[in-house]
Design a protein around this ligand. Structure first.
Ligand SMILES: [Zn+2]
Length: 253
C-alpha cells in the first residue's frame, strides 16, 4: 500500500552469483541487493480482506526473496529492518546507501481506494474492508532517483518477470482519482512512474517498489497466502536481478 509510504519502509543488503558477476566489473565482489520490508509492526500498512496486516505479508515474502537470492553465487543481500523497529522512509534508503547496495527493492502488498471497499466481519469477528474490483501486481520507479534509467530498467525487468511467472498486473493506480493517477508507463507488465516515492528517491542506486498483489481482494489474498504464488514472486525477483546484472555489464562496455 502506497499511501502510508511516507511513514514506513525497510532495507536489505544483497550479493551476486559467480555466474552473475562474471563479465562485470563487480566480478571481484558480490552484487549487493537491499530488500526493504515495507512498513513495521507499529505502522503495518493496509489491512487485508481477512483482517491481516500488510506488514505480515511483506515480511514473509521479503524473507523468502532474501533467502533465495542468498543461495545465488555472487549475490549478497541486506534485508532492511528485519527486527521490525520503527524506521523512516529516508532511514530505509540510508541503510541501502550505507550498505553500498547495487539494487534496491521495496516489497509491499496493495490496497485500493476506500470508495471501492465494502465492510465485512472476519472469521474472528473483527471488521475488515474488502473489494473484489481490482487485483494484480504493480511495479513503481522514480525518475527522481539518482539512477533513473537503471531504475526504469529494473522496474521493466521485474514487471516482465512477474508476468512471465503467470501473474497479472492491475491498472487501478492509473485511475484519475485522488490518491491514484500514476503514469502507467508499461501497462502490459504493470510498470508505473511515481516520482515522489520517498524511499525510492532516497536510495542512491537503481530502485523499484513491488506491490505483490491486492490483499483487500478476498481471492487474491488467499492466493498470496499460498506457497505457489510466493514461489512465483520469488522466481520473478530472481530473474529480474540476474537480468539487471547483465544489463549493468552491457552498460559498462
Ligand atoms: Zn505498503
Amino acid at each position: 500500500m502506497l499511501l502510508r509510504l511516507t511513514f514506513a519502509l525497510l532495507v536489505a543488503q544483497l550479493g551476486v552469483s559467480a555466474a552473475i558477476a562474471q563479465g562485470t566489473d563487480r566480478a571481484a565482489g558480490p552484487l549487493r541487493i537491499a530488500i526493504d520490508i515495507g512498513h513495521t509492526p507499529g505502522t503495518p500498512g493496509a489491512m487485508s480482506a481477512a483482517g491481516e496486516m500488510e506488514y505480515t505479508f511483506n515480511r514473509r515474502v521479503a524473507r523468502l526473496i532474501a533467502d533465495d537470492l542468498r543461495q545465488q553465487p555472487g549475490v549478497s543481500v541486506t534485508l532492511i529492518n528485519e527486527p521490525g523497529r520503527e524506521i523512516s522512509l529516508l532511514g530505509r534508503g540510508d541503510v541501502a546507501n550505507t550498505a553500498k547496495a547495487d539494487l534496491f527493492l521495496s516489497v509491499h502488498h496493495d490496497s485500493v481506494n476506500e470508495r471501492y471497499k465494502s465492510t465485512r466481519r472476519t472469521a474472528d469477528g473483527r471488521v475488515a474492508r474488502y473489494s473484489d474490483r481490482f487485483r494484480g501486481y504493480s511495479v513503481f520507479f522514480s525518475e527522481k532517483n539518482a539512477e533513473p534509467a537503471a531504475s526504469l530498467e529494473f522496474a521493466k525487468q521485474l514487471g516482465r518477470a512477474m508476468r512471465e511467472q503467470g501473474m497479472t498486473p492491475t491498472a487501478h493506480h492509473a485511475e484519475k482519482i485522488p490518491g491514484e493517477g500514476r503514469d502507467f508507463v508499461v501497462p502490459e507488465t504493470g510498470v508505473y512512474r511515481f516520482n515522489d516515492l520517498l524511499v525510492l528517491k532516497r536510495a542512491r542506486m537503481p530502485a523499484a517498489l513491488l506491490e505483490c498483489g491486492v490483499i483487500v481482494h478476498p481471492e487474491e489474498e488467499q492466493e498470496l497466502n499460498t506457497p505457489e504464488r510466493q514461489r512465483q514472486i520469488v522466481a520473478a525477483v530472481r530473474s529480474a536481478v540476474v537480468n539487471m546484472s547483465t544489463w549493468f555489464a552491457a552498460r559498462r562496455q
